[in-house]
Each structure stands twice: as structure tokens, then as C-alpha cells.
Design a protein around this ligand. Structure first.
Ligand SMILES: CC(C)(COP(=O)(O)OP(=O)(O)OC[C@H]1O[C@@H](n2cnc3c(N)ncnc32)[C@H](O)[C@@H]1OP(=O)(O)O)[C@@H](O)C(=O)NCCC(=O)NCCS
Length: 157
């Protein structure tokens, strides 16, 4: 696997059918529980209420993904998932995905973006707090393996 050059620009685009293998593999390597299946990703690609984003460098080199959910009747968007390939972490991919998710939510007239994170996921919490997310709730035994979650929110411009 070619490593991501430190200077490569990260681009974020909508996921396509040809990304499904990369999406499923990244999900498998990033999360132990509560994973999105390939079939779920497939459905989200065509859904009005979801948007799957892909970060890439050097044209089509897949680096990471974010999944945003929208629900009718609410102006609160939900970041359901975000993950960067292990070898590309710490280079701004997660930040680029999160900023793209925020822009997308704002374009769909959402006033805030919310997300949940395992209370032991330090890397993710640092990213969220650096980008201006605030803790608004705590949920005991939120995840399939019994782990607790923090809920975070950012009010969008
Ligand atoms: C959480 C996660 C998505 C972050 O992705 P990432 O691509 O590493 O995120 P970034 O690179 O934007 O930010 C991470 C760090 O790199 C630093 N960084 C950002 N851009 C950088 C750049 N161009 N060069 C060097 N470092 C950079 C950031 O300052 C940040 O440091 P900090 O966390 O100490 O503040 C990633 O760790 C991951 O996939 N984890 C597994 C899945 C997961 O837990 N997802 C969250 C579920 S809620």
C-alpha cells in the first residue's frame, strides 16, 4: 500500500458504488461493534436521508469516510460514522471529512451536527473538540458491547 504523501491534498467527494469494497474493509478494521454492513452502505449510497462521503488523495486513493444522516422534520444532522485508514491518520483526513460533513449539513439547512462517541475514544474526542464540538449528553451502555457514549454537538454557521 502506497503511503499518503505528507503534502497530498485531501479531497472529499460523495461515495460511489466502486467505493463499496474500501468502505466495507475500513469499517471492518476500524470498529469492533456496531458496524455498517456492505449492504447498509449500498443502501445509504442511494438514500435521500443519508450521505456517504469519501476522502481521497492522488485521484482515487481511498483514505477515509464519513456518513451523515438527515431526518425529515429536524434541522439536526447526525454524523453516524467517521474513520480514516490507519496509515493515513494524523494528517488532516478526519478534519477534512468532518468539515465537509458540516458544509453538507449547512447546505441542507441543518442548524447543528450531532454525533456520539465511545467515552474511551480519545483520538476522536480530540478531533471533535478541536473543531468546536461540545458535549451535550452521556449515554450509559449505548454501544452493542455495553460501552458508554458521549453525545457531542456543533452549532453550524
Ligand atoms: C478519529 C479519527 C477519524 C481521526 O482521523 P484523522 O484522519 O487521524 O484526523 P486528523 O488527522 O484530522 O486529526 C488527528 C490529529 O492529526 C493532526 N493533524 C491534522 N492535520 C494534520 C496535518 N496536515 N499534518 C499533521 N498532523 C495533522 C491534528 O492536529 C490531530 O491532532 P490532535 O488529535 O492531537 O489534535 C481516526 O483516529 C479514526 O479513524 N479512528 C478509528 C475510527 C473511530 O474511532 N472513529 C470515530 C468514531 S466516533
Amino acid at each position: 500500500m502506497t503511503p499518503m504523501p505528507a503534502t497530498a491534498a485531501v479531497r472529499v467527494r460523495r461515495a460511489e458504488l466502486s467505493d463499496l469494497d474500501d468502505l466495507a474493509a475500513l469499517e471492518e478494521s476500524s470498529f469492533a461493534t456496531d458496524r455498517l454492513s456492505r449492504a447498509q452502505y449500498r443502501r445509504h449510497l442511494d438514500s435521500e436521508s443519508a450521505q456517504v462521503l469519501v476522502a481521497s488523495a492522488n485521484h482515487r486513493h481511498f483514505l477515509g469516510t464519513a456518513v451523515v444522516f438527515f431526518r425529515k422534520g429536524t434541522q439536526v444532522a447526525r454524523l453516524y460514522s467517521i474513520a480514516t485508514k490507519k496509515e493515513a491518520r494524523g494528517k488532516g483526513v478526519g478534519s477534512a471529512l468532518l468539515e465537509a460533513a458540516e458544509k453538507l449539513a449547512a447546505r441542507r439547512r441543518c442548524v447543528s451536527l450531532r454525533l456520539e462517541v465511545r467515552t474511551d475514544n480519545e483520538d476522536a474526542m480530540r478531533l471533535y473538540e478541536r473543531l468546536g464540538y461540545r458535549r451535550i449528553g452521556h449515554y450509559a451502555r449505548y454501544y452493542g458491547d455495553g460501552a458508554d457514549a458521549w453525545r457531542y454537538e456543533k452549532v453550524l454557521d
